[in-house]
Design a protein around this ligand. Structure first.
Ligand SMILES: [Zn+2]
Ligand SMILES: [Zn+2]
Ligand SMILES: [Zn+2]
Length: 414
């Protein structure tokens, strides 16, 4: 067998340690992160929740490390503190090399992960941040469980470099965070040939195109948001991962040019772009401050009207404005408007994220569903058929979202 086929699972990884986001406590299971109205509390700490006996038994291996500390903690720990503490306690109990995951011949354990600990210690800001964290963790699990700063930097660094936000793909929320050994083996590219997708807390890395070599060195995932210009991506990569990306999108100016494409004269373009960015910042601030949705929608409309004759379709500031408009219209249940804004995002997403990306699949799925219930059934069938083709690759036919999609598609067969 040579190479990976598009849609093939390259790695399937269960978390080494994971913690549910603090705001989801009591709403989702602490083990599998699924939503439930009938969760059972841990009988000892009464702090974490499980779906049922099954999740409790499967989650106990990890939870038993923390349960007694949670029980005696005056102030219950936040998710980030819980996660680092779990890792510290796990490493203390089983060592750095256990457990391990084998990925295409490479053995991955917590000890094999990159830590960049020297860089953390060298940077005054990172080091201060780390000391504050150590202090808080020491109050939670006791000083005896917290190693000296140098050793702590090894754990802290590994988690900073290799931590994953766990997304609930259904509504694109981040519901928790985790460390995955198998998935940590891949390098980054701003034009990745593999997608990271979660099904509950199980992480899948799937090829989004045919990859000729069956070799981990030829598989790339994206560590960061692709919806930013190369200098911003480079800054994030340097700050968090300490390297300079040399991928095609970072070395060829063509991509940045398209991401700030303007429809007007070069002389005016710079000034117009500056003004656009300023107005977009205001819009984003309104979103952050949960301003009145109708007011945001009104502003978006005005903004998009201006942009129509000024910004190219793949301009990231236009994409970001359309994203706000799309989401606000969904919240306002203005379906027809949501459809028209959503459609304007489809082609730009294909350019930014690639034709078989999780991002594009989820986006088309949303539009297809809205079309089905509030728009045109014929068009819905077309969009959902496109969605199926993408999600079969990015999510696979066993994923719950893909199964939901099949149920919708079955209606058209009648
Ligand atoms: Zn407990
Ligand atoms: Zn569960
Ligand atoms: Zn790059």
């Amino acid at each position: 067998m040579s190479g990976f086929n598009r849609g093939e699972v390259i790695v399937c990884s269960e978390p080494y340690a994971h913690a549910l986001g603090t705001e989801y406590r009591g709403l989702r299971c602490d083990h599998c992160f699924k939503k439930s109205d009938d969760l059972k509390r841990c009988s000892q700490c009464s702090f974490v929740y499980f779906c049922d006996k099954n999740c409790q038994t499967r989650g106990w291996g990890l939870h038993k490390l923390e349960c007694k500390y949670i029980m005696s903690a005056k102030q219950k720990p936040l998710a980030s503190i819980r996660l680092i503490s779990l890792v510290l306690l796990k490493v203390k109990k089983y060592g750095m090399d256990n457990p391990f995951e084998e990925v295409l011949g490479r053995k991955m354990s917590f000890g094999t992960l990159m830590s960049h600990s020297k860089n953390i210690i060298k940077s005054k800001m990172s080091y201060q941040l780390m000391l504050t964290l150590m202090h808080e963790i020491s109050r939670y699990i006791g000083p005896a469980n917290v190693p000296d700063p140098e050793e702590f930097a090894e754990t802290f660094g590994r988690m900073r470099v290799n931590g994953f936000s766990i997304a609930d793909d259904n509504d694109s929320e981040v519901v928790g965070c985790g460390v995955y050994l198998g998935a940590a083996v891949f390098d980054h590219s701003c034009e990745p040939n593999a997608e990271v997708v979660f099904d509950g807390v199980t992480l899948y890395v799937r090829a989004n195109q045919d990859i000729p070599q069956r070799d981990i060195n030829h598989v790339f995932v994206s560590y960061i948001s692709q919806l930013q210009l190369s200098h911003n991506r480079q800054r994030t990569l340097k700050e968090l991962y300490y390297f300079r990306c040399q991928c095609i999108r970072c070395t060829s100016p063509l991509y940045d040019d398209k991401m700030i494409e303007m429809l007007i004269d070069e002389k005016e373009a710079e000034e117009e772009l500056r003004k656009t960015k300023e107005r977009l910042k205001k819009l984003e601030k309104m979103m952050d401050q949960h301003a009145n949705l109708s007011a945001i929608e009104e502003e978006c409309r005005k903004e998009i009207e201006i942009q129509n004759n000024v910004l190219g379709s793949t301009n990231i500031y236009r994409i970001k404005t359309l994203e706000i408009a799309f989401n606000v219209c969904i919240k306002l249940k203005k379906w027809i408007d949501a459809i028209s804004f959503g459609k304007l995002l489809t082609e730009p997403y294909r350019f930014i994220y690639g034709p078989y990306s999780r991002h594009l699949g989820i986006h088309l799925f949303k539009i297809g569903k809205i079309l089905l219930y509030y728009g045109s059934v014929t068009e819905a069938e077309d969009v959902l058929t496109q969605t199926e083709e993408i999600m079969k690759v990015t999510h696979g036919d066993q994923h719950f979202l893909y199964q939901d999609l099949l149920k919708l598609l079955a209606q058209f067969q009648k």
